[in-house]
Each structure stands twice: as C-alpha cells, then as structure tokens.
Design a protein around this ligand. Structure first.
Ligand code: SF4
Length: 380
C-alpha cells in the first residue's frame, strides 16, 4: 500500500494523531497541519514458529509480495528474542521496507529485551498490573525511547476485566504513563471478537483521549484496528469489513489487521479492499457497476470483468459499467468514465456526465473506452 492513498472518512477527514515510526513505515500523523496523515498501513502476523527462522523469513517475503509492510511475530521467551534478532537482520537486508513487530504476552522482561531488536513491541497491558505502581511498563517506555522502538498497547476484550469501560480505563492508564514520560511513539488497539463491542471500544477510547486533549493534556495516539478471532471465509471477512470499515469511515484508524484463520497472505487483499471501499486507497481504479435487471442491454458480468482487467491499474479513477441508459447515467454521476448500455448490443461512453461516443457496437466498446482513456493521457 502506499502511493495514491487519500484521506477518507465519512466527512473526508481522518483523525489527526502523533506520527509513529515503525521501521520505515510511518503511521498516523498530521499534527503539524502541513501534511495529511500517512496512508493507513496494512499489517499481518506470521503463523510460523518464530524459532523456525527460514520459514518465518519466507512467510514475511510472501506477505510483502502481497502488499504488507508491517509483520508481527510471536515472541514467547528469550529463545524467540534471539530468533527475532536473526529474522530482523535478514529482513532488513532483503526487504528494508518491511517493519517487524514482536508480539509479547506474559513476560515484561521479554518485551524489554526486544527494544532495539524489532521496530515495534506489542504488549498486553493485562500482564503489567497497575502501570502507575508497577515500574515495569515505565522501564519499557524508557528503553523504547532510547532505542527508537515503538510500542503497541494491545488491549483485548477479556484481558482487562471484560467490559468496554474497563478496556478504555485500562488503556488510558497506560497511555498516561507514556505521556508522563514524553513518549509519543505509541499505537493502541482495542480488539474484540464481537464487532459491536470492538467498534464501541475504539470510539470510547477516542472520546476519552479527546476529553484529555480538551482539558489541556494532549493525547493523540494513532489506532491499530482489528477484529480478533474473526474466523475464516466469508464470515471472517465480513466481520473485519464491518468492524474496521465502521471506524475508518469515521476517520478512526491508522493501521489495520484483518485476522483470518487462513494463511496470513489471504488477509492482505481483504485489507486492501476494505481501504478502497472506505475511500482510503486510490492506488487502483474504483468500479461502479449496477447489479443488472430486466433492462440490462449487454452481458454485464463478463463486460465488467473485461473492463476491470484492462483498467484496474488506473489509480484514482472511478469507472462505471451500467446496464442501461434509463438509470445508469444518474446513478454513476460521480464516475470519471462510464460504459453504459444504449440499446441491444449498443454502448454509449461518458466522460463524467458528458456523452463522448454514442451508440457503439458492444464488440468495439471496450477498445473505444481504452482509446478514450489513452486520449486523456491514461496508460492502458
Ligand atoms: S442501470 Fe439499468 S440495467 Fe442497471 S440495474 Fe439500473 S435499470 Fe437495471
């Protein structure tokens, strides 16, 4: 992901946050008012044994190939810390654009040992007790500041007393420690397996942070979005699309992970499709197409596939394929180009709302559309 991503959200505005550096990937941002927040980054997690360095590096390569630039690996103990050191060395050499994250549960000493080894450490706040009384989290924050390592405070529904209020209160305790120690390289997540709980938890955390900011104690940490234990197949994809999408259209979210009980490479196209549906990724063309009905004047499905195959690479464009002229032109009003049924076997082409080629034979219409695009300076 990267080029061509624009600010989205229901009102076209993304929440402004601290900019967090995770290796070469920048998350959030926009506080200076000069630049937009960074593109929403897609991330995933290896399902390999971290101590199987060959398999882990190979999977990171496949994830990168699919378009992922932040990859997390589980790091249970000191043996895995040493494996992460070697994985980081190899990945930085082969693919310096990939940022690595260590996922730590249970052992604060393991998180501490990873500062400076990886680009970001994800901790479960449930393993730290009260961060104001227990110095382990403050020690991690200081070590991460010294080593240029980011932290994700990964709150899970269930790991902090179970309800949304407790999740938000718990996250805020940890964020306050970060703020007190002038550490702003923090990302926070509020995952749950229930979509409505997850959406509510993120919204309430944003409200709590905004209240702090209004009170003169700024708190603008970026968000990592995800629905945890979403399952697989259509159901898993729908849960992530609804949960992550609901927040993205509100302008909340700076990095996303679609969790699927499938090879992690499968998560990346789903994440990219969610970003595009939310208006946050214009690196590929967006297609508007009617479902077809009794008025449809050509074979809509195959034609849409052919148009997509020939033009999907044209980032930033909206291209409409509509079955008839009765409703088509009105419903595709914000498309840049339109391919619209004009009569049996006949097609009319539009540039915006303007008819540019009328009543062409459908056998010639795709080539005519490509000619029109080429004439307008698009490479196809
Ligand atoms: S645009 Fe025309 S063909 Fe397509 S669904 Fe609407 S009425 Fe039917």
């Amino acid at each position: 992901m990267g080029a061509g991503v624009r600010s989205g959200g229901s009102n076209g505005v993304r929440r402004i946050t601290n900019e967090v550096r995770i290796g070469l990937v920048m998350i959030g941002g926009g506080l200076d008012g000069l630049r937009e927040p960074n593109p929403v980054a897609v991330q995933s997690m290896c399902d390999t044994d971290t101590n199987d360095i060959e398999a882990s590096v190979a999977q990171i390569g496949r994830l990168r190939e699919a378009g992922c630039r932040i990859v997390r690996l589980t790091t249970q103990g000191m043996c895995e810390v040493e494996s992460m050191r070697e994985i980081t060395r190899r990945v930085r050499e082969a693919w310096p654009d990939v940022a690595l994250v260590a996922d730590v549960h249970f052992q604060p000493a393991v998180a501490l040992a990873l500062a400076g080894v990886v680009d970001k450490v994800r901790i479960n706040p449930g393993n730290y007790g009260d961060p104001a009384k227990n110095g382990a989290f403050a020690e991690l924050v200081d070590r991460c500041r010294e080593t240029g390592t980011a932290i994700r405070i990964g709150v899970n529904h269930g790991s902090l007393s179970g309800d949304v209020e407790a999740m938000v209160a718990g996250a805020m305790e940890f964020l306050k420690v970060c703020r007190e120690r002038n550490f702003d390289q923090v990302v926070v997540s509020m995952k749950a397996s229930g979509v409505s709980v997850m959406v509510e938890a993120y919204r309430k955390l944003v409200e709590a942070m905004d209240a702090e900011t209004k009170a003169g104690r700024p708190m603008k940490y970026p968000m990592h979005l995800g629905v945890t234990e979403a399952g697989n197949g259509l159901e898993g994809r729908m849960k992530s699309a609804v949960g992550i999408g609901a927040l993205l259209v509100d302008g909340i979210g700076d990095t996303i992970r679609v969790s699927l009980t499938e090879p992690p490479e499968n998560e990346i196209p789903v994440a990219q499709a969610i970003l595009q549906a939310c208006g946050l990724d214009s690196s590929r063309a967006e297609f508007i197409a009617c479902p077809g009905c009794g008025r449809t004047l050509f074979e809509l499905g195959p034609v849409l596939e052919r148009v997509k195959a020939a033009t999907a690479h044209l980032g930033g464009l909206k291209i409409a394929v509509m079955g008839c002229i009765v409703n088509g032109p009105g419903e595709m009003a914000d498309a840049d180009y339109g391919y619209v049924g004009a009569g049996p076997g006949r097609v009319t082409l539009y540039r915006g709302r303007e008819v540019v080629k009328r009543d062409i034979a459908d056998t010639e219409a795709l080539e005519a559309l490509l000619d029109l695009l080429r004439g307008d300076g698009h490479e196809c």
